[in-house]
Design a binder for this molecule. Structure first.
Ligand code: BGC
Length: 804
């Protein structure tokens, strides 16, 4: 693999302890290692490093590799709890998901890779491609979408971009890690079709398309067996069916039985256990309970990972560098230059801009819509503390200490002129820095004094455990009527907005709502924000001002107390360090919003998939809704939503025409779809053209439509473009759990003969063109056994399912 040279002329603090100039010869080294040495490679030294081996007699030393968190920017720990090395903070996956832009995701991941290389990190722990089963999952901001095709495509783009820099990816969290409550114990019970079509499909796509260096198993259990010990998941599906050759790494502390995990196919346990589990593995081999060949296979995969990380000087421009600085240090100019901090900040702004989604922009009684704002004109009141301290990311292991953060209020003043803009915070928001809120101060501001308690949550970091408790208290408080402080801030905001022509409210979820290891209890914004917006809406009705809401949140919120009384709603997601400049430009029409939400915004939490049992009980969660999550659920139930999957407006409008659906090869299900998209307005803009397929007459119950293609097209006013999609047999198929594969296993992808509806549209509920085609059965697989005949044919194996 040809790698781009690092853009450095000064090598800082180069690690010269080991000879890493020559690519590792895996076969030779493996043959020379003792059992103990091989086993030592199978768990980390600590949180972030793998084991090095260097002793006389080895042809080559085995260097240690360093891993670091992602996926929205590099999180490299400093050694001081909750302090990280500065890096560029890009939009979170949920926001990048709204961009639907493979090339942008690839470029962002490549930038993260460049920073990782400059920091000496060889594997970045991301991307996450878990499905958003419920909008309440506290980690939804770390995932791209509720659709496996969309997540798989963007996940593959991410891995390709990152690995193009010579830094490995870790595709996570494999699999069915869809809630944070009880995440280390919960047992997911889902039928095989649901797993294959919904919870494994994005992983499969990324593995097949982009070959991530590592796959990270999840914490949870599937059918009672932890993912880390699940042979069906890690070996039968991942390796034997998908052909994965890379290393499987555990999520941090996800291993409960090291020997069972090794047998199941888990190669590298993280973090290290100071030799405790190594001893268990060695003892198992010596006692004849574990075949040494299993150890060899895992050690080979870890050595291959090391070899990929150190490909030799002929391809990498010298060993990686450690910028090396003390906790809390900001970077020097030289270090910022090495990180390409300016260039990457510009990319962070571009990515934030591409993620911004215009949810609503209704015509006002006085004329056109409120947005875009004029660069000249009347007074603007900016309300909301997030305008002063942008919400850029969620909490937990993906947090980044950003190299800088654009301030929305300043960016708005720079465009509109400071004299035109008044500001009031409107609600309590007290950040410690760009990645931690001061929850103690927040509670105190509302008049709550805390009684100090020992943290109950078992986590690596006591500080984090305490933060989680505080976050829960903040979430709880947010449901209450505004406190005296909140009331005062609302009154001050009403005064600041009194004579404004336009009121822009920056609202959204505080950090306490969106973090790893916790889920949300409600979809509502904090009550103080709802009251603030509702009272500003009353002011708007009296004064005739335009009311614009700018949201910052990593997954959907409900808006019923005020939704119909505001003029425009713009969703920024958690937009990373460039979101301040991006939103200001979008508000004033210097950029045209082109994001489309990749997670449905429901009207109420009770409407959401599997709601009554969403996180299960007594250690088990039943995915009873099957493949019907996200838009598949709302479509099947014909349930109204606030904003459908794929929705987003623009300052221009697009026309769709000339649909052509050509069956290229009926036998294998190859179909070519084209249509023409035209920018019919007067501004340049981008449209995301979405292709859905439906199979109305299948033997099994299938979603009304499923996303099978998307393309983002940038068009000048009046310009049009042909957009094309190539579908293959799998795009029409479902996982037939009862089909006999002939290798003693059941289940395969079946394209069943019949009619298929091909739809092209601007969202899952804004279908512009459709055409019905007929395809024959796939003759290469065994014929369909109808439900009525099933029990007689495969009775016992069909009802058994898979184990472990
Ligand atoms: C998270 C992973 C993360 C790892 C290392 C775990 O708790 O689930 O996503 O990469 O910690 O920080």
């Amino acid at each position: 693999m040809a790698l781009p040279p690092l853009d450095v002329d000064t090598a800082l603090d180069v690690d010269t302890a080991l000879d890493v100039d020559t690519a590792l010869d895996v076969d030779t080294v493996l043959a020379e290692l003792t059992l103990e040495e091989k086993v030592s490679l199978l768990s980390g030294v600590d949180d972030w490093f793998t084991q090095a081996i260097d002793r006389p007699g080895l042809t080559q030393a085995v260097p240690s590799i360093e891993v670091g968190d992602g996926p929205h920017g590099l999180r490299k720990e400093t050694g001081v709890d909750m302090m990280w090395v500065p890096a560029t903070g890009f939009p979170t996956a949920s926001a990048m998901g709204a961009s639907w832009d493979r090339d942008l995701v690839r470029r962002v991941a490549a930038a993260i890779g460049e920073e990782a290389r400059a920091e000496g990190v060889q594997v970045v722990l991301g991307p996450g491609v878990n499905m958003k089963r419920s909008p309440l999952c506290g980690r939804n901001f770390e995932y791209f979408s509720e659709d496996p095709f969309h997540s798989g495509e963007l996940g593959a783009a991410y891995v390709t971009g990152l690995q193009s820099t010579g830094v490995g990816a870790s595709l996570k969290h494999y699999a069915a890690n869809n809630q944070e409550i009880e995440r280390t114990r919960i047992s997911v019970v889902a039928d095989d079709r649901t797993l294959r079509e919904t919870y494994l499909a994005a992983f499969e796509r990324v593995v097949r398309q982009a070959d991530p260096w590592t796959v990270m198993c999840s914490y949870n259990r599937i059918h009672g067996i932890h993912a880390s010990e699940n042979r069906w998941l890690l070996t039968e599906v991942l390796r034997e069916e998908w052909g994965y050759q890379g290393a499987v790494v555990s999520d941090w502390n996800a291993v409960h039985d090291r020997v069972a995990a090794l047998r199941a196919g888990l190669d590298l346990e993280m973090p290290g256990t100071e030799g405790r589990t190594d001893a268990e593995v060695v003892a198992a081999v010596r006692a004849g309970n574990l075949d040494e060949a299993v150890v060899d296979a895992a050690a080979r995969r870890v050595l291959t990972l090391v070899a990929r990380a150190y490909p030799g000087v002929d391809v990498v421009d010298g060993p990686v560098m450690h910028l090396g600085h003390a906790a809390g240090d900001r970077l020097t100019d030289e270090q910022l230059r090495l990180l390409k901090a300016d260039e990457h900040h510009a990319l962070a702004r571009e990515a934030a801009a591409a993620s911004i989604t215009l949810l609503r922009n209704d015509a006002r009684p006085a004329g056109g819509p409120a947005l875009p704002l004029g660069q000249n004109g009347g007074r603007i009141a900016v309300i909301g503390a997030f305008a002063e301290h942008a919400r850029i990311q969620g909490g937990g292991s993906s947090g980044v200490d950003p190299t800088r953060v654009d301030v929305p209020l300043e960016e708005i003043r720079a465009i509109a002129g400071a004299g035109r803009v008044s500001y009031a915070p409107g609600y309590v928001h007290l950040p410690k820095n760009a990645y931690q809120d001061d929850n103690v101060a927040t509670l105190a501001a509302h008049g709550i004094t805390l009684v100090e308690e020992r943290p109950k949550v078992a986590r690596r970091s006591a500080t984090l455990a305490k933060e989680l408790q505080l976050a829960e208290a903040v979430q709880h408080l947010a449901k209450a009527q505004p406190s005296d402080t909140a009331r005062r801030l609302i009154d001050e905001a009403l005064t600041a907005a009194q004579d404004a022509e336009t009121i822009i409210v920056f609202a959204g979820l505080p950090l306490a709502f969106e973090q790893e290891a916790n889920d949300r209890a409600s979809l509502a914004l904090p009550e103080e924000q709802n009251v603030l917006i509702a009272e500003l809406a009353e002011l708007r009705d009296r004064t005739g001002a335009a009311l614009v809401i700018v949201l910052a949140n990593g997954s959907p919120v409900t808006m019923e107390p005020w939704h119909d009384s505001v003029d425009s709603i713009v969703e920024c997601g958690l937009g990373g360090q460039g979101v301040g400049a991006a939103i200001a430009r979008a508000l004033f029409g210097l950029a045209n919003p082109s994001g489309r939400i990749a997670e449905t915004y429901p009207l109420a939490i009770e409407d959401t998939p599997g709601f009554p049992n969403w996180h299960g009980e007594r250690g088990v969660v039943l995915y009873g809704e099957g493949v019907f999550i996200g838009y598949r659920w709302y479509d099947a139930l014909r349930r109204r939503v606030l904003y459908p999957f794929g929705h987003g407006l623009s300052y221009t409008s697009f026309g769709y025409a000339d649909l052509s659906v050509e069956i290229v090869d009926a036998a294998v299900g190859r179909v070519r779809v084209t249509c023409r998209v035209t920018n019919e307005g007067s501004r340049a803009g981008a449209e995301i053209v979405q292709l859905y397929v439906g199979d109305p007459d299948a033997e099994v119950s299938r979603p009304v439509r499923e996303l099978r293609g998307f393309e983002k097209v940038h068009l000048e006013p009046g310009e049009s473009a042909e957009v094309g999609f190539d579908l293959d047999g799998r795009d029409f198929a479902y996982w037939d759990v009862a089909a006999d594969r002939g290798d003693d296993r059941l289940g395969l992808w079946r394209r069943e003969a019949g009619e298929f509806i091909v739809e092209v549209g601007a969202s899952s509920q804004d279908i512009r063109l459709e055409h019905t085609i007929s395809l024959p059965d796939d003759a290469s697989i065994p014929g369909l056994v109808r439900d009525a005949d099933l029990q007689g044919v495969v009775a016992s194996r069909f009802t058994q399912g898979h184990a472990g």
